[in-house]
Design a protein around this ligand. Structure first.
Ligand SMILES: [Zn+2]
Length: 299
């Protein structure tokens, strides 16, 4: 099944990517071959590292147990190209996002799945920029030496490098923010930016960092796990830095919506840093908001 009518148009999520021919298609994973030739026509051949465009497609055209996946590659013109795979439960609306640690889960609709994946897709180029950030950056890691040590300890597995943890945090938090916005927009009461306090997004991101780190931080890397062992001040300072990284991501084709989200992330980062500096951090907390799903949504 090829989705030709962008479902995420509420926030103009797809139009630019599709018209620039960077998104080869959104397809049920079992029918990925439908877009194989479209992908090969725009993807660099070979891809960086030497694998052919066709072999790259074939190696990335199944998604295992995931609900959906965004696959990015280098384009012939040096830019980015790729496709989005959706599993049958994602397509028919029966999918649930499951928290592996305790088996609780939350339902997710096709529209929600697509806006999440399209946010990943929208930021393909930003993702490449982010991957060049050094572990030594003191504005990105509260403990740059630990970041470097955990990358070195995983030198045989590039996916467990610390920058990949940063990348996955940024990707998941930004995609889950757009998911939250669309979920809110399709609800009865539209919630505008001024109805969410930066602290609420900060708390939601902190909950992911502390309770849902499996989403972005493999145990083998261990960076987040170590920061979590150090307690609230380290956690808040790290979340502040990474929320600032999120603020560099793209959220919408509409400048006012894009700026709105970026500003919210900057203010949430400032909140987390200010909270870390208090003598008693996290003493008086608002309700988490601004990400979907939220920790409390898992049941
Ligand atoms: Zn994702």
């Amino acid at each position: 099944m090829l989705v030709t009518s962008p479902v995420g148009a509420k926030r103009n999520s797809t139009l630019t990517e599709l018209s620039a021919n960077r998104l080869s298609g959104i397809v049920l994973d079992s029918q990925a071959t439908d877009i194989r030739s479209t992908f090969i026509n725009t993807a660099a051949d070979p891809q960086p590292g030497g694998v052919s465009a066709g072999a790259f497609f074939d190696a990335n055209s199944t998604i295992g147990g995931a609900i959906a996946a965004s696959i990015g590659a280098t384009a012939k013109n040096g830019g980015r190209v790729g496709f989005i795979l959706v599993a049958p439960p994602g397509l028919d609306g029966s999918a649930r996002i499951t928290r592996n640690s305790n088996g609780t889960s939350v339902a997710v609709s096709l529209e929600e799945t697509l806006v999440h994946e399209l946010t990943h897709f929208r930021n393909q180029s930003n993702q490449q920029t982010l991957l060049a950030f050094p572990d030594s950056a003191a504005s990105i890691y509260v403990d740059p030496a630990l970041a470097a040590a955990r990358t070195a300890a995983n030198s045989a597995n590039a996916q467990a490098a610390t920058v990949q943890v940063l990348r996955r945090f940024t990707e998941e938090i930004t995609a889950r923010h757009i998911h939250w916005r669309v979920r809110t927009e399709i609800g009865v009461v539209p919630v505008l930016n001024n109805s969410i306090q930066p602290a609420q997004l900060g708390i939601a991101a902190l909950e992911y960092f502390v309770e849902l780190s499996g989403v972005f931080a493999p145990v083998a890397n261990g960076y987040v796990q170590e920061i979590n062992r150090r307690g609230a001040v380290a956690q808040l300072n790290q979340v502040a830095m990474w929320l600032n990284v999120c603020a560099f991501y793209a959220f919408s084709d509409k400048p006012e919506q894009d700026g709105d989200s970026r500003q919210l992330f900057r203010l949430a980062a400032a909140w987390a840093a200010a909270e870390a500096a208090k003598s008693a951090p996290l003493a008086d907390l608002p309700e988490a908001q601004g990400l979907a799903p939220l920790l409390r949504d898992f049941q």
